[in-house]
Design a protein around this ligand. Structure first.
Ligand code: PLI
Length: 462
């Protein structure tokens, strides 16, 4: 593919063919909607949201090529031609030998956790992700965070805050023994750290270390192409490599991957487990029929596998990634102009507001990030998400809240969906909330579900 982005700013490499009309409601309405939703932005109705930045998951705009792919769905129960297209795409762009489709990322996490983790095993990872960690725990594993300290420091501007601290990993190997560690869960573009990348040199060092100890690397590749863009921009020796080449190299340094294709690969639903080892593949292929569906469709329709195969190819284009990350950076720079405290460097899939600084007067036990997400919605109908104490859940032994260092509001940008004018409205609105931040008070939780509480918890204003 010809790559011509250097001549231009981050302007979009596409034009708009169809639009979805949005409701623009009043603050009074939003006060009612928010109260009914228990001050949890996950419980708002989409029709009551003006700009929806809850997540970049499943919310991308598909291309005309992807939409036409939907019409090419081969809805055979077994051996759909779309599965073979997907398998080819995974081999060609991601290097992995085998692929097992699942309904979305957590379906793949479930299978890999069940086949690789034994009770009492240790799973080191570069920061937890909610569903990933839960599946590790449900399989009897114990997650241990081995990300570098800079990742927990909202002030640090280190460019590869997704890196793994090999000393922390080595300490786990010494304490528990390598035989207790089936794999390292290595995420590219670490979500909970603010969409922060891992460097290729760190990944190579991890590869050398884990090979020496007979430990596998399972890659959470949900946002691998975004990570590749940061390597291209910031790591020596990669400026002239394409995103596609870097993505391929990252994947080939790992043994397998779980993928939520609702992010990077720009489909509304779907995911897969990819694995190189023939025996593990055999087990995964057997298990998928129990929980998802036959191994040539897993949890997906033929048409969705077709759109995914096309989306994978589009996601590794330099022009696409230049515009994608360019838009996120643009919003971050606008917010910085308003003085809003955000995680730096600006990450790949969104802006992460530091709620501990924004609402410094609200104690963490009164859910400052949850409160801030609610207030941002009230101001102009922009929906964001808490990534702090509510998302971190409770300590399994003590039952107390986990108190994460990072108390964030994630302002997540869907791919190819919103315009620069939308980015300006978002920045103006959050800037406005910042100007009256001292008047905002905390909240208390009045309903708490057992698993992944952030999705359904309810709150009251103090
Ligand atoms: O939502 P799923 O089940 O397709 O994927 C789970 C998942 C796994 N890993 C990572 C890094 C994710 O970000 C992720 C899902 N993330 C969501 C839903 C998000 O809003 O960030």
């Amino acid at each position: 593919m010809k790559q011509s982005f250097r001549k231009h700013s981050w302007a979009e490499p596409y034009k708009i063919k169809m639009v979805e009309l949005l409701d623009m409601n009043e603050r009074e309405d939003r006060e009612n909607f928010l109260r009914e939703a228990g001050y949890n932005t996950f419980l708002l109705k989409s029709k009551d949201v003006y700009i929806d930045l809850l997540t970049d998951s499943g919310t991308s705009a598909m291309s005309d090529r992807q939409w036409s792919g939907l019409m090419m769905g081969d809805e055979a129960y077994a051996g759909s031609r779309n599965f073979y297209h997907l398998e080819d795409a995974v081999r060609k762009f991601y290097s992995y030998k085998h692929v097992v489709p699942t309904h979305q990322g957590r379906g793949a996490e479930h299978i890999i956790s069940q086949i690789m983790i034994k009770p009492g095993d240790i799973i080191p990872g570069n920061m937890y992700f909610t569903t990933t960690k839960l599946h590790q725990e449900l399989a009897g594993g114990i997650f241990k965070d081995v990300i570098i300290d800079e990742a927990h420091d909202s002030e640090s501007e280190f460019p590869f805050k997704g890196n793994i601290d090999l000393d922390k990993l080595d300490a786990l190997v010494k304490t528990y023994g390598a035989e207790k560690i089936p794999y390292v869960a290595m995420a590219t573009s670490v979500n909970m750290a603010g969409g922060q990348p891992i460097s290729m040199s760190n990944l190579k060092a991890l590869r050398t270390y884990t090979q020496k100890h007979g430990i596998k690397i399972i890659h959470d590749m949900t946002r691998v192409a975004e990570n590749a863009w940061f390597i291209k921009q910031g790591e020596e020796g990669y400026a002239d490599k394409s995103v596609a080449e870097i993505v391929y190299e990252i994947c080939s340094l790992t043994d397998g991957a779980t993928m939520s294709s609702k992010k990077d690969a720009m489909v509304n639903i779907g995911g897969f487990l990819a694995i190189n080892d023939d025996d593990l593949f055999d087990e995964a292929r057997n298990m998928v029929v129990v929980y998802e569906g036959l191994h040539t469709y897993g949890g997906m329709a033929g048409r969705d596998m077709e759109a995914l195969a096309i989306g994978i190819e589009e996601s590794v284009s330099d022009n696409h990634m230049h515009a994608r990350i360019g838009q996120v950076q643009y919003l971050g720079e606008q917010l910085l102009r308003y003085g809003v405290p955000i995680i730096k460097p600006i990450g790949g899939h969104g802006i992460f507001i530091d709620a501990k600084k924004f609402l410094a007067h609200i104690p963490q036990a009164q859910f400052p990030a949850q409160r801030l997400a609610a207030e941002i919605y009230l101001d102009a109908g922009v929906r964001t998400m808490e990534r702090g104490i509510v998302s971190a859940g409770r300590n399994k032994e003590s039952g107390e809240h986990n108190f994460p260092k990072l108390e964030l509001v994630r302002v997540t940008i869907p791919r190819r969906v919103y315009t620069q004018a939308h980015m300006d409205v978002i920045a103006e609105s959050i800037g406005n909330v910042y100007s009256y931040r001292h008047e905002i008070k905390g909240m208390k939780m009045i309903y708490e579900p057992k698993y992944l509480r952030f999705f359904q918890a309810r709150f009251e204003l103090l």
